[in-house]
Design a protein. Sequence first.
Length: 395
Amino acid sequence: MVRFAEPASPAFDPSPRAAVPARHNGDGALARTDQQPAWRPILLLASLIALLGPAPLATAQGAQDTAPLIITYYGVSTLLLSAGEDQILVDGFFTRPDLRQTILGAVGPDQRLIERRLDDAKVTRLRAVLVAHAHHDHSLDAAAIARLTETPKGPRLKSDALVIGDASTARLVRANGVPEARSPILQDGSVFRLGPFTVTAYKVDHGPGWPPLRWLLTGDMRAGRKLPAWFGQLKDRENYSFLITHGERRILVHPSTGRRMPVGDRTPPLPQAELVFLGVGGLGRKGEAVYAREYWTSAQAETGARAFVPIHWDRFTDPLEAGLRDSPPPLDKPSRTFAILQANQAPGVVVCFLPPLSPLTIPSSGPAPAIAARGGEALSARPPCVIVPPVSSPS
């Protein structure tokens, strides 16, 4: 568990000391009875510094805790959450290698593109990269991003960002330059305090997918796996979702389409949240309609959220600037997924989309913000999310 704690201040008693009786020195002259030992002024000064020193730090942290939350989407399940000078990143998949490179070649991070994404987003102090699992569309850029936080550049501070993931993710990023101390291994229920953010990880099933790909990509990451590598070599058996709290906001990022992993003879529910970024990848495949309805109905009931943003539905071999296109068959058919979501939408629940590179700003305190789909369009039109201003009561 990562915590950032203020140093404790020693107690300081400003009350005057009791008078000391007069005494004589050896030659008969009156000795000074108010003489303090030489170390006492030093102790007094140190106590004052310790007492007063942390106050500006506490004020700065308080400002960060109340700063608005800015969320930027980069396709698949990559999300940047910013609050003041602090950021956390979910999945960090910026490179998006093309289809030919992915299938026939070796995939690796595009360093220039990664730097451009961080610079454009004005990333100043990245606390961590949270990786759902080690498949390439989640983990590919994690190590490269973390290494960039070791050297200050422009507004970017030296933050030595963590890469937080499962054992396979840890093997991958450690083989690619991230030290063990900065790559903690997740367990179900792990909690991390990352500046103004608190992150709780939940172990979940990966959910359905195209059977040949599931067979290829299920397994343990080999230790020492260097990048670039063929995408089929980036394997994993585990998968995580992340509840991120900042101020009074509760944001659930659920990158894959699985349920919580069973604990004993019961399956725990997803955590309560106000806004859910819901993975929908693979739900539109033929034969998945029954599971898709059950998954969607359960997500609404368990989280209690009033707003859902579908993620992980796009063709992730396209450059982001080209816009998001639907993932193709046989992997998926997102239009079918969105029809299922709309047909089974609970009363009062909003489904909307976050366009890539278009930040959504929500307040960190006060009532949960009202999020709506712009224009009330059908989900087939991918309506963007908008914040509805609160209605002022007449005075």
